[in-house]
Design a protein around this ligand. Sequence first.
Ligand code: UFG
Length: 324
Amino acid sequence: MRILVVGGAGYIGSVTAAELLAAGHQVVVYDSFISGHAAAVPPDAELVVGDVRDQETLTPVFSQSRIDAVVYYGGFIQAGESMRQPGRYFANNIGGVICLLNTMLEYDVRRFVFSSSAAIYGEPEAVPIPEDAPTCPVNPYGESKAVVERLLRWYDSQCGLRYVSLRYFNAAGAMDTLGEDHRPETHLIPIVLQVALGQRDALPLYGSDYPTADGTCVRDYIHVADLARAHVLALDRLNEGSAVYNLGNSQGFSNLQVIEAARKVAERPIPVHEEARRPGDPPVLVASAEKAKAELGWQPQVTALEEIIDSAWRWHREHPQGYG
Ligand code: UFG
């Protein structure tokens, strides 16, 4: 298939673009470069630089050559930032997807894989979280994903769009040449590793009074290659109709456990500075990924936390300035 990867110069999008190429698909990367990096785009992919809300750039992608399916990674992703700038998140994460879906329909493209998020569950009643748990986001980022999932049901029932929405838990780890480089970086594992590299003095630990075993938040870390593989499987699943899947390892690790694992991997001290809670952080997010395993035949390959962190550590050591 010829697949449009929106956000294909970003962390998870670039790994998926590489995985799709390896699976024999043609790939067109569409990226605004607000967060993406030219160096992360696989050399065999075509590249179009633009925002999905810019119709003059988007329309020719569909009008000039046939696109069979679209994979979307174009959203802003920081829960904390979304608490301060909700409108920016709604405009891009909801408005941008609407522009994209309407253009797809105009050109009769009806296959869509959407990057959703564990953030749509908010503060779940129980973990591991199944897909049919209530969606009650506690930050505008999660709300933006929940709204798009509701819109997608209408695009399916009224317009015949087939979609798979993949609710990622915490993406982590790296490939040999592709890794995590957000500017500014806000995610726990890359910041911990920047402390290990001496690029920061200490890790700011946001909150140690949560209702968890050690008082810090608990997350489910999933290797970026396993996420990417799920997209390739999801594209095949589209023939059977629309669906929603959690993607996680079904194991929760507290922020302190992540820091301890990183100390072992890097064999360096990682000083921590306790700070107040970060607004918008749910205490615990752990996936039930049974549905993806049963229906997609998905099986995560890199499941041990230290192995995930080790892949990230290797990339950060070899790319201390990220993509430069
Ligand atoms: N944290 C710190 N210090 C830091 C950075 C993070 O203590 O410097 C803490 C956070 O407060 C949180 C945990 O580490 O308790 C994880 O935070 P991240 O920012 O790494 O990840 P989030 O869980 O906030 O969000 C990530 C993605 C979202 C996705 C979500 C799903 O950014 O896109 O996982 O679980 F929706």
